[in-house]
Design a protein around this ligand. Structure first.
Ligand SMILES: Cc1cc2nc3c(=O)[nH]c(=O)nc-3n(C[C@H](O)[C@H](O)[C@H](O)COP(=O)(O)OP(=O)(O)OC[C@H]3O[C@@H](n4cnc5c(N)ncnc54)[C@H](O)[C@@H]3O)c2cc1C
Length: 259
């Protein structure tokens, strides 16, 4: 993750490991699986909202895990087996039902996390460590710009609910096509039109062409690294926004595994 966490206003929660059962898997769109876990321990998971995320632990099939599986006992296993880790956003946390949803983009090119989400079934365990601190929007900004690809949609949807209601907000989300759009108010959807994920210029093109408000912006960006750098370069060099007002996060890198 390239975001400098110290630049974020954040609330920190105790980091711990969660091993919780999957209760539902829903195909929200053709390439998005919503995995829901439910467990009483999740009552204390989140609360800071916005882009809070967790690190998914993926163990090789058949690994015998210690009981209970905690951060400490997982570390004790490291000499023999280390999990693959991938970062995902808490799309929804319900402190009444103790459910958490995580939305997985199914990108179908051998990514272990995407493959796990494509085959996971109710009754399987999801193992993750977290949560991260959450982005706290700066209330002093005059307006907000949120932009990213479909991996950033869970965060953007949550951030939209946390922004001051009396300030202008623009949110651009790039997806493959209209079948990948979701019911989230306030988003301008951009379609890649057949261009593979990570190779599209849809975001930078739309933002360059947009009539953006004046005043002090706060910009939150997340998605594929090169696409985010292009948007950032446009905002800093083309629009002259001050560097600290533009916060890009690399969520994934084209052609590279892991994050
Ligand atoms: C803070 C944070 C929050 C995130 N939240 C979410 C989230 O809520 N939902 C979500 O789906 N992702 C999210 N991501 C992105 C996700 O972690 C990456 O996409 C990750 O690389 C997926 O792991 P994988 O094992 O499936 O693929 P990897 O093994 O990492 O990659 C395998 C191949 O797939 C490519 N690839 C990876 N992701 C994509 C993609 N989305 N589209 C096309 N090709 C891809 C890689 O370039 C590589 O060539 C988040 C990332 C961060 C840092």
């Amino acid at each position: 993750m390239s975001t400098n966490e110290s630049r974020r206003r954040s609330r920190r929660q105790e980091t711990r490991l969660w091993r919780v059962p999957v209760v539902r898997v829903e195909r929200v769109t053709p390439h998005l699986a919503r995995v829901t876990v439910r467990h009483e321990s999740l009552a204390s998971l989140a609360g800071a909202g916005t882009d809070q995320n967790v690190m998914l632990y993926l163990y090789p099939e058949g690994t015998v895990l210690p009981e209970p599986l905690t951060l400490e006992s997982a570390r004790g296993l490291w000499a023999r087996v280390r999990p693959l880790t991938r970062t995902y956003t808490i799309r929804r946390h319900d402190p009444v039902t103790n459910e958490v949803d995580i939305d997985f983009v199914l990108h179908g090119d051998g990514g272990p996390a995407s493959a796990w989400a494509a085959r996971v079934q109710p009754g399987d365990d999801m193992i993750f460590v977290g949560p991260s601190p959450a982005y706290q929007p700066d209330p002093a900004a005059d307006w907000y710009l949120l932009a990213g690809d479909e991996t950033a949609l869970p965060a953007i949807a949550a951030i939209l609910t946390a922004l001051p209601p009396d300030k202008p907000v623009l949110a651009f989300v790039e997806v493959a096509d209209e079948t990948e759009e979701q019911q989230v108010n306030g988003i301008t959807w951009l379609h890649r039109g057949g261009v593979p994920a990570g190779e599209s210029t849809a975001l930078v093109d739309a933002i360059s062409a947009a009539d953006l408000p004046g005043g002090v912006p706060e910009v939150w960006l997340a998605g594929e690294r090169t696409a985010m750098l292009a948007v950032r370069a446009h905002l800093l060099d083309g629009r002259g926004y001050p560097r600290p007002r533009v916060r890009p996060t690399t969520y994934w890198r084209l052609g590279e595994s892991g994050n």
